[in-house]
Design a protein around this ligand. Sequence first.
Ligand code: BGC
Length: 524
Amino acid sequence: MALAEQAKRVADEFEFGKEDVRKAVKEFIREMDEGLQKDGAELSQIPTYVTAVPNGTEKGLYMAVDLGGTNFRVCSIQLHGNTTFSLTQSKVAIPRELMVAKTSKELFSFLAKQIEVFLKTHHEDHYFSHIRRRKTGDQIKEEEIFNLGFTFSFPVQQIGINKGLLMRWTKGFDIQDAVGKDVCALLQAEINELHLPVRVAALVNDTVGTLMARSYTSPGKTGTLLGAIFGTGTNGAYVEKLDKVTKLTSNKDAGDYDKSTGEMIVNTEWGSFDNSLRTLPNTPYDVELDAKSVNPGIQMFEKRVSGMFLGEILRLALVSLLKDPKIPLFRDENSAQNDVHSTTQIHEDSPLWKQWGIDTSFLSICAGDQSPGYRMTRQTLDKDYGITAVSAEDAEAVRVIAAAIGRRAARLSAVAIAAIVIETGRLNSSSTSAATTEKKESVEAPRGEGSSVADKDVIDVGVDGSLVEFYPGFEDHVRQALMEIEEIGEAGEKRIRIGIAKDGSGVGAALIALVAGRVGEDSE
Ligand code: BGC
């Protein structure tokens, strides 16, 4: 069979049609309800103890750190109180060996060290005056301690605003002795060892940070409903009615929270939506990826949607084609042998032969390649993947499969967004979130997503992550799927405004640290 047909056959395996989307939305809604009622459900639906979203008037200087799946960021944020902020940040890649370290101390002492370096570089005066005071035994003033928001992008059972127990690792991390521990205490202990003027004031999931940041920068009349990450991992946090979070009232260990807004942000942990595969697609490549992952059987939605995994799905699909000597992908036509390695143009050390060898950014390159004969795709295959003399037909085959994987990921993402929009009843009302703190009449509208929908009808969604940011057409695919869902349709889809909340988790964590560490003059 011709290469193009083979590629189409594989691409078709990733088809996730209208009916599939609809069924998955129903299941998502069911799991949302279940997770609000009890612990241990597939969707964790973690109460965050954050009961209000900001309105853009908050002020002050805060610190935030963000342990994501790939990088560790340290930042200080000056909130100007007029929906704007300035941010100073540093970023380091998390060394692979620390992701699977023997002890959590190895990871957390590395994190504290980065905070120290940041303070010395960007807040020199503050840092050295603190050191001087310590040496001379002078009293350390409360206001000289930085309140820090800790964005920790893994599932945590939150038991207070700066206290939470790690439930499980995701995204390739695996440090067993941290599971069940309070990650704020682990970080504070290392900060104290270095005598840094920093208090871990709030523990924040990156999705909650994104929701907060989006609400700060784009308040308008509508509070943001959902903050979502489509990056190395995927997840969403949304504003839920407090009386629906019934597991909070039945749990005697639940901490205190403000009930006045009648709402609470809930961290869905949707990466583990439908772990039992009632409605998720399951190709042979998904099966293989899962079996060889560090956490088989869990984060099944994430394994089909997020950046950590899409490159690997593509790699497995391509390797399956290469296993068949009759399929002319990357074949050296002058060679008649049937052995995979000797008849291909693929270097034997090519990342194509290694688990995680293909980066998801390659899918973005494929999707965005409009050069004649797919020159960009071919060059990348040559330069980054050791596959030489790639023909235009080869490149086209790779692109067709890559596009199908990207499209499926976007349509699955739409399932999560749609379920939350439907389940929160936002489509039925012109709603302003009660949890949005007041005083926002004077806020101007330009948010760049320029829609003609009246402000009161907008359903605002803040997103962040490499996939939404860099995968060409990701949002278009999401929107297409949203329109296909009966309850949403074209009219509903128009009301959903999706906006990037760049640096959201840092700013959001600072905002939560602000609320948590409120010391009078900081807030207004
Ligand atoms: C984690 C979430 C996180 C998401 C996005 C997932 O693997 O479980 O807590 O929000 O990645 O970073």
